[in-house]
Design a protein around this ligand. Structure first.
Ligand code: HBI
Ligand code: FE
Length: 287
């Protein structure tokens, strides 16, 4: 699954957090944030889900310079009790889940270089803050993220992390939501990506299929390119209930016997909103 750092770097606390050291960002680093922010905000008008845009406003997420985690956390905490903490990179699953279960969102402190605006393997501070944090100010989504963390801690004991990670991937990172005015973006991996923000909604290449918990947990995903299938929810309430009410022991049992589904597959049982032509030329490796 995710290749996390192998061991805790010196200087990281036992919970893997590090100081953000906001004062040590250079002017060039702040300028990268500004450029990404300005570009995304233009693109997301009419494309991002309403609660995401409300969150950006309510948190007064900075359009000038990388936000200070402490300041941002103070505003966020008043709304939903969540805080943002800095970590040195991808942390081990149990560390990640433990933070989420306690309403702490872990964020990278580093920012991509000016020549990497469009592609990057590891989540940086722009992806983590701009992509993820606005929705943490939505009370229902905030509960979903905590429920996911608690589910993660349980999944470790069931050895079913791969299945649960797919749920995170196809909702928190790459989810679409149906609003009155049409399909909108709520997944952080899309919202922080210049190319995928348009592709996910407007390209005729990928499938767009109504969300179903078991279906999603069986579906492999791509880590190296845009998704070949997106799953669409109608509300965060529906997502929270499907997930928090699910009895995961029998569910994981059942999933063991059902096979995996390819990233581009369409099943007879799917409720298909758009059947993808899969005409994008994808890069070679499969996730
Ligand atoms: N670490 N910093 C960080 N950010 C993540 O999104 C993250 C992680 N470690 C593990 C992890 N995600 C995965 O377990 C989840 O995607 C399921
Ligand atoms: Fe992410």
């Amino acid at each position: 699954m995710t290749a996390s750092l192998a061991k805790r770097p010196p200087g990281a606390a036992p919970d893997w957090t590090i100081p953000q050291a906001w004062n040590s960002y250079s002017a060039e680093e702040h300028a990268v944030w500004d450029k990404l922010y300005a570009r995304q905000i233009e693109l997301l008008k009419g494309r991002a889900s309403a609660p995401f845009l409300r969150g950006l406003e309510n948190l007064r997420m900075s359009r000038s310079g990388i936000p200070d985690f402490e300041e941002l956390s103070d505003r966020l905490q008043k709304l939903t009790g969540w805080r943002v903490v800095a970590v040195p990179g991808l942390v081990p699953d149990e560390v990640f889940f433990e933070h989420l279960a306690n309403r702490r969102f872990v964020a990278g402190r580093f920012i991509r270089k000016p020549d990497q605006l469009d592609y990057l393997e590891e989540p940086d501070v722009f992806h983590d803050l701009f992509g993820h944090v606005p929705l943490l100010s939505d009370p229902v989504f905030a509960d979903y993220m905590q429920a996911y963390g608690l589910g993660g801690l349980r999944a470790i004991t069931f050895h079913s992390l791969q299945k649960l990670a797919r749920l995170y991937w196809y909702t928190v990172e790459f989810g679409l939501i149906r609003e009155q005015s049409g399909l909108k973006l709520y997944g952080a991996g899309i919202l922080s990506s210049f190319g995928e923000s348009v592709f996910a909604l407007e390209s005729n290449s990928p499938n767009r299929i109504l969300f179903d918990l078991e279906r999603v947990m069986r579906t492999r995903y791509r880590i190296d390119d845009y998704q070949q299938s997106y799953f669409v929810i109608d509300s965060f309430k529906e997502l929270l209930h499907q997930t928090a009410d699910a009895d995961f022991a029998p569910l994981y049992d059942r999933l063991e016997h059902l096979g995996d589904i390819a990233p581009d597959a369409v099943l007879a049982s799917d409720q298909v909103l758009h059947r993808g032509l899969q005409n994008r030329v994808y890069s070679g490796t499969k996730g």
